[in-house]
Design a protein around this ligand. Structure first.
Ligand SMILES: [Zn+2]
Length: 348
């Protein structure tokens, strides 16, 4: 082949390539193009093998022409390959496009259990008044639960709190006063003490408003100058905080083995506002908590000098407050984990 024939072959091959590359529409036809124009049986390869027949003086020129041809075909191939990749990517993006008009999946957040909403509310209130918070075990010694609270073994007042016995010396605590016994023991007869004890307690009870388990927040203040007036003011503030300023608060004399004098506090009825109805058994008031001045025996039993120290104590039922606040009909709803009940307290 002389140089002119080679030039002609190159022109012809380039023309064929330009015509073929236009027809390439996918990866398969691109592979065909590669095989035909860059493969072993391509014009390019044939021209390379012809090189040995080219006279040596023309070898350099012809070599460059063939290399340039191969380069040009490769560029056509690469350009097309990139083009096809971009088209495929565009297509994929179109298919995977997120339709922002579609509604999303919403995750329902949990909400505070009404029982713990009341615990937190009462706790916040007392922390605001400078009280500490104390905790203790639910399986408690008879000593802490009863004896330190002025309820000796075989004393008839134990009947007021029918408890679950584990052994002769261990009970499921029937009130959180047991924690107060622990706090007093830890303070070794030195005041002041200003503490609340929130927690679960257990008694042998079972009806719509009583259950074998319920929550209590008990409070204890021991100092050289804690008075009955302080107690009444504290309870009035608490009840107005919990049930609103419009509720009237009433105190009645009562009896507890660990306080003397003892009182119970009532609030005016939600249903009738104090005129009397079925809900308040025509009294106009609803019983809400018990309290009193710490019995001198309790002070002495727990290592305090009752000629120096005095104090007051109170206990409020968490479930009872929650039932009244949220109009709940059965105390057992607090621990049966019915999602339909709990979701009523869900706030958006
Ligand atoms: Zn009423």
């Amino acid at each position: 082949m002389d140089i002119n024939e080679i030039k002609l072959a190159i022109e012809k091959e380039l023309g064929a390539c330009r015509a073929d590359i236009v027809k390439v529409v996918d990866q398969s036809s691109l592979n065909d193009f590669k095989g035909l124009h860059l493969g072993k049986k391509s014009v390019c390869s044939a021209l390379f093998s012809q090189m040995r027949n080219v006279p040596s003086e023309s070898k350099q020129i012809v070599g460059k022409l063939v290399v340039d041809l191969r380069q040009e075909i490769s560029e056509m191939f690469n350009k097309k390959e990139t083009e096809l990749k971009n088209i495929a990517l565009e297509k994929q993006l179109q298919n995977e496009k997120v339709d922002i008009n579609l509604p999303g999946y919403s995750t329902k957040l949990g909400s505070k259990h009404p029982f713990f909403a009341v615990v937190d509310d009462i706790t916040d209130f007392f922390v605001g008044l400078g009280y500490d918070i104390a905790d203790g075990p639910e399986v408690e010694s008879d000593h802490n639960n009863f004896e330190m609270m002025n309820i000796p073994k075989d004393h008839p007042s134990r009947d007021m709190q029918d408890s679950f016995s584990i052994t002769d010396e261990l009970v499921l605590r029937s009130h959180t006063s047991a924690v107060q016994a622990r706090v007093m023991a830890a303070s070794k007869g030195v005041g002041p003490i200003k503490v609340i004890c929130p927690g679960k307690v257990y008694r042998r009870d079972n009806d719509a408003t009583h259950s074998h388990q319920f929550g209590q927040v008990e409070g204890l203040v021991i100092s050289e100058d804690a008075t009955f007036a302080n107690l009444l003011e504290t309870l009035t503030l608490l009840l107005k905080h919990l049930f609103g300023d419009k509720r009237k608060v009433r105190f009645r004399p009562s009896y507890f083995p660990f306080t003397e004098p003892s009182i119970e506090a009532d609030i005016s009825c939600f249903e009738c506002g104090g005129t009397g109805c079925k809900f308040c058994k025509n009294t106009g008031y609803i019983e809400i908590l018990g309290a009193g001045m710490v019995h001198p025996n309790v002070l002495r039993l727990n290592g305090f000098d009752d000629s120096k120290y005095q104090g007051f104590a109170f206990g409020i039922g968490i479930d009872r407050v929650a039932m009244l606040k949220y109009n709940i009909d059965d105390i057992k709803r607090f621990y049966t984990n019915d999602i339909r009940f709990l979701s009523e307290f869900y706030k958006e």
